[in-house]
Every structure is written in structure tokens, then in C-alpha cells.
Design a protein around this ligand. Sequence first.
Ligand code: WT7
Length: 650
Amino acid sequence: MSEELFPVPAKWAQDALLDAAGYAAKYQKSIEDPEGFWREEAQRIDWMEPFSTVKNTSYAKDDFRIRWFEGGKLNISANALDRHLADKSDTVAILWEPDDPAAPSRSLTYRDLHTEVCKLANALKAQGVAKGDRVTIYLPMVPEAAIAMLACARIGAVHSVVFAGFSPDALAGRIEDCQSRIVLTADEGLRGGKKVPLKANVDAALDKVAVDRVIVLAHTGTDVPMKAGRDIGWAEAVVDQPAICEPEVMDAEDPLFILYTSGSTGKPKGVLHTTGGYAVWTSMTHQYVFDYQPKSDGSNPVYWCAADVGWVTGHSYVVYAPLINGATQVMFEGVPNYPDHSRFWQVIDKYQVDIFYAAPTALRALMREGDEWVTRTSRKSLRLLGSVGEPINPEAWDWYHRVVGERRCPIVDTWWQTETGGAMITPLPGATDLKPGSASKPMFGVRPALVDPEKGTLIDGAASGALVIADSWPGQMRTVYGDHQRFFDTYFSQYPGYYFTGDGCRRDEDGYYWITGRIDDVINVSGHRMGTAEVESALVEHPLVAEAAVVGMPHEIKGQGIYAYVTTNAGTEDSEDLRKELVQWVRKEIGPIATPDVIQFAPGLPKTRSGKIMRRILRKIAENDTGNLGDTSTLADPSVVDDLLANRPQ
Ligand code: WT7
């Protein structure tokens, strides 16, 4: 099935912004003449002052620099809002669908959004927030999350959005790392009918790290304690603020946001994106990947990206790109299976969604509930489907294509990363014949390459290897906040001259790319990145844990699950109760997305004589691929492997 080819439907080839020849020509130009290509593409953005240089980049160790559109001045919130006011002020920007389908939905036009953003921007200024200051945003999926991000961008403050599912500890760590003095939050979030105690989480985080100000949105309206002198209500903060706020003049390379993401080692890294390149890159990719253009009657297609603003997909493809492109979009507070498994498809019918973009993990969870939840809805409005966050297995692809899209909607399987800002390898619906499970072809300006992970040499033709990118693109991250050396070391040191993605990949005889998953110590749980080192350090913080090693395991719904090997202190009883306690412990330390799926108590871990844990063996055991453990003769104590095999939890 995976080798099946789904040709571009004739209507798409005809009506899309780009057909196969159009893609090929544009791609070729982007590689042969990057300067010319990007100079032209950058015209989609309103610049307050033109840039003088298009591209100034080098991955060389002694001459390392990534700068785009230098000298250019712009404000990304003005691009997302002000420039639509002339002819699109009454166009709906956000159709907000609440968690509870019976609760009132909200509709915000570009004018509404502009007003709200200006008022909040002025309120932030009144609280002393200035250009370059970091602002932490810990909000649920409500329009105010987008408003908060745009208000920061408007005054040149750098936002750091922390996913509302993260624990107080995780929040505190992120506030501390970027030294933000202000947090924007809500009383509570709502997800699947359950309340998320956001303000209480902020209070707990602020026991560990102090800030000057907390602005609290009344969302569910519940009473929350307000600390005098520190906390103020959102409504109160904005009420007397003028609805006009001149956008700050930002340099193309001024920081726009920090977003923390997990790596193979240490604490999450603050991925820093800047303004000009990110604006060009996200809006361009959004336009072509989703073929975002007016419908035949001149109206906006309705676009829905189901990602949370707490992740990069929400930053690029809920907030910035669609608004820069003047789109009309659905923003959804809830979850796919509440009140029932039909919710996604009901929302699609309710708002007549044309373009839908979601993660395979959600599709797999819905798929197993049976087709009836889907087929009882119309979905006639749907024209295009997207997938993001993890490899989509052919079964889920087939279900999405056949049942959800009734074979008429192409699926754009977009491969990218927090670091890349936007889609890097992806089909274009009018241009690319689809192969289920393949992210297919590079976006303009992207030069993917495969290297032999052992030898570090480039591999040509149909082959597998480590996926690297040979040149810079405008939406590339610029640094790890506060640690530029870590940025270079993490991404540019393994394979000098290349950006290393951390992913393994196969290229087939047609030049299609097939992402096979992470080849570093990062696991992808439900489309979200989790560093094994992070889960390990949470576990060893428990007083009864001596040592822990965490690896990924195949998981039917989540893609990958978390498998933890735990060595407890001498004299500890490795009981079922302790196992449960450790699961709760990790949830509390990091958040529910880090919940271990399996904890195996292990009296010893397989280590080399120099003390290095042989993760290869732990991965094989977790994958239940125990027939071929490879060479174990270099282990200090090979008998620990027998013990691990004998005590593998079923
Ligand atoms: C990692 C990046 C893309 C934004 C959301 C996740 C995996 C992402 C795909 C895809 C196969 C994918 C990769 C990548 N990944 N999209 N279409 N096919 N794998 O961003 O949290 O930074 O994670 O997600 O392994 O490295 P992220």
C-alpha cells in the first residue's frame, strides 16, 4: 500500500496556485538564485523600510552567521492586522469554537482583532513592558492567546508561550530561563469538559521564580486568588487603553519569540525566531502548502489548523501565517473526542471548513472508534487535508484519505520542526503526486541531503541516512536563547557545513523523502517532542530512584510511547504502588504529555565498562525486538540483559 501513488486530481492541477511544472520552476529558481528568489518572495510582506541584503548566512564554524533581509524594518503584527483593514476589516479572522459545543462561539473580524491587540499592547506598555522584554504566555486555546502573541509582537516584546498542559515546574523553568517579568494567563482552561487550573499552576510556579506582574483572563469565570500588587485582571488591564497602538519599528533580525523544545540532552532549549525571515517563510509556506487563495466567489476559504498555540504549529499556522495571509480560520479550544468522537467532523460542518490540518495521533485515536463517527457528518466543504508532527502511517493516511476526505481531498504531509519555523518537506496539493507516508518534496529554498551517520559523508540517490539541510532558509531559528554555543553544537557540529535535523530519512528513486523518525535521544509522543534526558532527570529527582534510563517504544495511538527503566535505591520494594507513584511523579514534574507508558524496575542497567548506558539494547527490549540484541560482549555485566529480558512487563 505504501508504494501506491495518488496523482494530483485534475481539478487541483488546474486551479491550484502551482501545478507540477510551476513547482519545479519555482524550486529550481530558489536553489539557483536564492537572492533573486527571496527578494521577490519578500514582497508579500509590508516593509517599513526595505532590506539592503537578502541573505547573509554561513554554517562554517569560524564564520557562523544566519541573517536574512538585513536592514529591513517591519512589524509582524502590522502585517497580520493593519494591512487588512483597508479592504478586509470586516472579514472574519477567527471563528472560535469552545470546548463545550453548547457554549457560545465567537467570531472576530480583522478589525476586532486589531482593536483587541492594540488595547492589550497598550496595557503591556502601561505595565512597563518594553521592546526586547520577554513575556510568558500560559493560556488555553482562546482568541486571547493569539491576541497576546500579536500584542507582544506589536511592541517588540519577545513572547514565550508555554503550552497550558505543562506543569508548574516546567513553567517555572521556562520563566526563569528567559527571565520574563510578566505572565499572561487565565483563571482556568477547559479541555474535554475538564478544567485546567492555570492560575493555580502559575501561583505554584511563582513560588519558585518571582515575576512583577500576572495578567489573568477570566475565562471560565471561576474565583481565583489574586495576589495584591502582583496580579491584575485582563479586563481591568485593557479597559481604559486606547484602541490604537502604533506598531514598533522592528529590524528584520529582531527577536520575535522564544519557544522551548526538547533536545537529546539537558533542559529544553529556548528556540529563538526572528521577525523578517519568519514572516516571509511562514506566510509563503502557508499560501502554497494549503493553496490559500480566494474561492471562485471571491470569499475566503475556511482554514482550520487543529494545533495548540503552545507548539510551533500553533505559532506559525494558527497565529502568524494565516493572519498575515488574511485568512479566515477556526480556532478550537477542545479535543477531538469530546463530547464524542465526531467532534472534529461536526466542527468542520458547522463552519464549512475547506482546509483541515491535524496530527496523525488524533487521526489514529479517532480511526479506532470506527467510521460511523465520521460518516454521519457531511464534510462536503472539505477540499484539502494536512498532517503534521510525526510520520503518518499508511493505515492512518488511507483512513484520512478514504473516510474523512472521501478520496477527493489531497493530503499534505508536512515535515518540519520547531527549529525550522515552517514546512520544509511537503507536497503541494496541485503539484505533487502523493505517496502515503512520504512528506515527498522540498519546499522552495530547502536543500535536503542525506549523510551516512557513521562516516559523515553525503549519500546520493535512493538511500537512507541522517537528514541534513545544506543551506539556510529564512524561517530558520537563529539561536538557543542565552546559549549561542549550544545552538552551534546541537545543529551544526555533527556534520560540518550542514544543519542536522535529528531525523532519519529515506529518499526513494523518485526523489521523495520518507522521514523515519528521530535518530537522537528525542522521542515523539503524540506529535510532541520529549527529551529522554528530561524524563530521566524527573525520575531521578524522586527520593527512591537511584538511576533511570528512558527510551521510546512503538505505541498504537501516540506513535511513540515512553518506556522507563528505573533502578531504585537499595532496600526499596519495587512495588506496583511505587510504579504508580512514579508515573504520577513524572506527570507532576513535567506534565501529562510526559506520562511514562511502561516503567520497568531494573536492578542494573546495561553499561559499557566505561559506564555508558547502551541505549540500543534498552530500545530493542522496549520495542520487544529481543531476538537480535546485537553485540553485548562489551558490557561490564552482560547478565543485566538477561534480567531485563526476564522481567519485561507485559
Ligand atoms: C519533529 C519535530 C512540525 C511541527 C510540529 C512538531 C517529527 C514532524 C513530521 C512529518 C514525519 C515529522 C520529526 C521532527 N515530524 N512532522 N510530517 N513526518 N515526522 O515540531 O515538536 O519540533 O518536532 O517531529 O521527527 O524532527 P517539533
